[in-house]
Design a protein around this ligand. Structure first.
Ligand SMILES: [Zn+2]
Ligand SMILES: [Zn+2]
Ligand SMILES: [Zn+2]
Length: 230
């Protein structure tokens, strides 16, 4: 199985390659926003069960949890419009709050579109995000820095991201773009576009290779992930 394992990633400002921990220190220097009155949080995002997937993002303090949710859906999560929620401290924050959601075991649910980050975030705060309450993808988020500077155009800016894992086509050795999966996780065949067309194993489940902790789950194909460097 030709697979390069690396948790390194690249800074989206200067393209430097660094490990996850060193990246935070680097970003605090590299991301120079100068003098300004706009307040930001820097947030580290990781796959809860696979920390090889990671991001550093910068979010305006005045943004809402829905703005953050939209960004996470675009870069890593969206497949078919499932529900999502943030769990911060003892509270749950969801979109489209519906009274019928309140069950015996549900804690209080708040509206993420009405919750500003500055009301729930502080340095060191660690919290979770769940996408899809059936085949759930869980993310771990941590507020790692807080600073001010000039106003950026977007509410959420991607500062750094783990490198995409590269797979080699098992048939021809070219770069693979698909994985054909058998019934077990360990039974998988990376394939390039051309070899995929010729591959006939109808028992297989075929998925796009993506740079996301939701790879292979439900109908996830990474089509909204426009955040590739180069
Ligand atoms: Zn940099
Ligand atoms: Zn889905
Ligand atoms: Zn091939």
């Amino acid at each position: 199985m030709a697979r390069t394992t690396s948790t390194k990633g690249r800074c989206y400002i200067c393209k430097k390659e660094l490990g996850k921990g060193a990246m935070k220190t680097h970003l605090l220097k590299c991301n120079n926003l100068g003098e300004g009155k706009t307040n930001y949080f820097m947030i580290k995002v990781e796959g809860f069960y696979n920390k090889d997937y990671w991001l550093y993002i910068q979010v305006k303090e005045s943004a809402t949890l829905s703005d953050l949710d939209s960004f996470l859906r675009d870069i890593w999560l969206e497949c078919c419009g499932h529900l999502s929620a943030f769990k911060i401290g003892d509270a749950l924050y969801e979109d489209n709050i519906d009274d019928s959601n309140f069950g015996l075991f549900r804690r209080e649910v708040k509206d993420m579109s009405k919750t500003k980050l500055k009301d729930v975030f502080s340095i060191g705060r660690v919290f979770k995000h769940d996408y899809d309450f059936g085949s759930t993808t869980t993310l771990k988020l941590e507020v790692v820095a807080q600073y001010s500077g000039i106003a950026t155009k977007d509410k959420v800016t991607l500062l750094a991201r783990n490198n995409m894992q590269e797979y080699t086509c098992e048939k021809c050795g070219e770069k693979a773009t698909y994985i054909a999966m058998g019934s077990e996780w360990s039974d998988y065949t990376p394939l390039c576009e051309k070899c995929m067309e010729e591959y006939d194993d109808e028992e297989c489940y075929v998925m796009n290779i993506t740079n996301s902790p939701r790879m292979g789950v439900c109908g996830y194909s990474g089509e909204n992930d426009i955040y590739q460097l180069d």
